[in-house]
Design a protein around this ligand. Structure first.
Ligand SMILES: C[S@@+](CC[C@H](N)C(=O)[O-])C[C@H]1O[C@@H](n2cnc3c(N)ncnc32)[C@H](O)[C@@H]1O
Length: 396
């Protein structure tokens, strides 16, 4: 079966671990919180003035960034409906939006090399209140140490978000993904409503088959006409539609073949030290062509080498900040979009050995070779070491 290492992060959302990379996919602090605070809130989307938004979600994984975006957008629609309609009835909220929302056009292009993960996305549990015991579905002392006693739910995803996404992905789900989603071993990490809901799509497919069976037929009668969950879900499906494209493969090749431009690019690869191929100067040069002139790349990394690579590729860079906390880096083509400039210290660091970036001229090198070549370049460099710079800077 597909290797799967889930754990409940401190905000009750499911995080994953990759033994192959010995890296966590999501911060133990909170997978959903991380998506909201590093990718969604710092972007300060202005839907009122930009009703057409194209997003490139690089390293989609189990889809936290896309789902958080959809959740945030639905919140905006709900609020807009409340403000424009005095006789607003909360219970009729969904119906109201269905009729009102014709003006927004959202397109999301999700990219990841792991199809199983992407297809699991709509099923993943994101709000489990659980004690420290049994937080981890596997043994890993390092992760267990990072998990705190109490779950603190900071953000909540609406069920509609998962339903909307499942509608886009249902056709792509194959048996190997189903085996994980429906296995007893991992059952607490997958939402049981979504599992039942998926059966609806599955049975619908079976029904189309000439040899449709009776149980499929009865299941759909139940879901279509009796289940209240389904009735609500059907309204959500009409709520608003968005373009969703999932590309499976190496992001470098996918970007080379992509001719679109995007307003926002979420770059959520494993750390530069683990997955340098998605943080190189050469990859960033490709992203430059894919970013709209008023677009923004958001990433969680504060590393001097990636900041320097962004600059070298032609971007202006700033801090990715939320609530005064620096959460990474933003890269833009239009300098006026930078709200939080890098400090003198950050800029100084770019000129040290720490600022030497990774290279991948033909966009096909293995991570290990990129790391080895980078190591040689750092060793042979005459630039100041970062530790010397830090010492001098703190003295001055
Ligand atoms: C830190 S995780 C991303 C977490 C994700 N944003 C989420 O919400 O779950 C990094 C992801 O990068 C993917 N990945 C690693 N190397 C890649 C490559 N060369 N091209 C595309 N995806 C890659 C992995 O499969 C993994 O899902």
């Amino acid at each position: 079966m597909y290797e799967f290492y889930p754990y409940f992060t401190n905000d009750g959302s499911t995080g994953l671990y990759s033994p192959e990379d010995d890296d966590i996919y999501h911060s133990a602090f909170g997978a959903l919180t991380e998506a909201y605070e590093k990718f969604i809130l710092p972007a300060e989307f202005d839907f009122k003035n930009n009703s057409e938004i194209q997003i490139l979600d690089l390293c989609f994984g189990i889809g936290y960034n896309t789902k958080s975006f959809l959740n945030y957008f639905l919140d905006f629609l709900y609020n807009e409906t409340i403000h424009t309609n005095n006789s607003f009835d909360k219970n009729k909220c969904i119906e109201k939006i269905v009729t009102d929302n014709k003006k927004y056009k959202i397109s999301i292009h999700a990219v990841d090399k792991d199809k199983n993960l992407a297809c699991m996305s709509p099923f993943i549990v994101t709000d489990k209140k659980i004690s420290n015991k049994n937080r981890c579905g596997f043994k890993n002392a390092k992760i267990e140490k990072m998990l705190s006693g109490k779950t603190k739910i900071n953000y909540k995803l609406k069920k509609e978000v998962n339903i909307l996404l499942l509608k886009k992905l249902a056709e792509k789900i194959q048996k190997d993904t189903e085996d994980v989603i429906f296995s007893k071993e991992y059952s607490e990490f997958f939402d049981s409503f979504m599992k039942r809901y998926y059966e609806f799509f599955k049975y619908e497919r079976i029904q189309k088959h000439p040899l449709r069976n009776l149980s499929a037929f009865l299941h759909n009668i139940y879901y279509l006409h009796i289940s209240t969950c389904n009735k609500k879900a059907m309204k959500c499906l009409k709520l608003f539609d968005f373009d969703f494209r999932l590309s499976i493969g190496d992001a470098r090749q996918i970007i080379l073949d992509d001719k679109n431009t995007y307003n926002y690019i979420f770059l959520d690869a494993f750390t530069p030290a683990k997955c340098p191929c998605l943080w190189t100067l050469d990859f960033f040069k490709q992203l430059y062509h894919r970013l709209d002139d008023n677009g923004m790349i958001l990433t969680y990394s504060n590393s001097a080498s990636i900041r320097n690579a962004f600059q070298e590729a032609g971007f202006f860079i700033g801090k990715n900040s939320f609530n005064g906390k620096s959460n990474g880096t933003v890269a833009v083509k239009n300098k006026s979009l930078i709200k939080n400039e890098l400090s003198e210290f950050d800029l100084g660091l770019l000129k040290t050995k720490a600022g030497i970036f990774y290279r991948d001229e033909n966009l096909n090198a293995l991570n290990d070779s990129i790391i080895a070549a980078h190591k040689i370049e750092v060793e042979n460099s005459h630039l100041k070491s970062s530790s010397k710079f830090i010492k001098e800077f703190s003295k001055s």
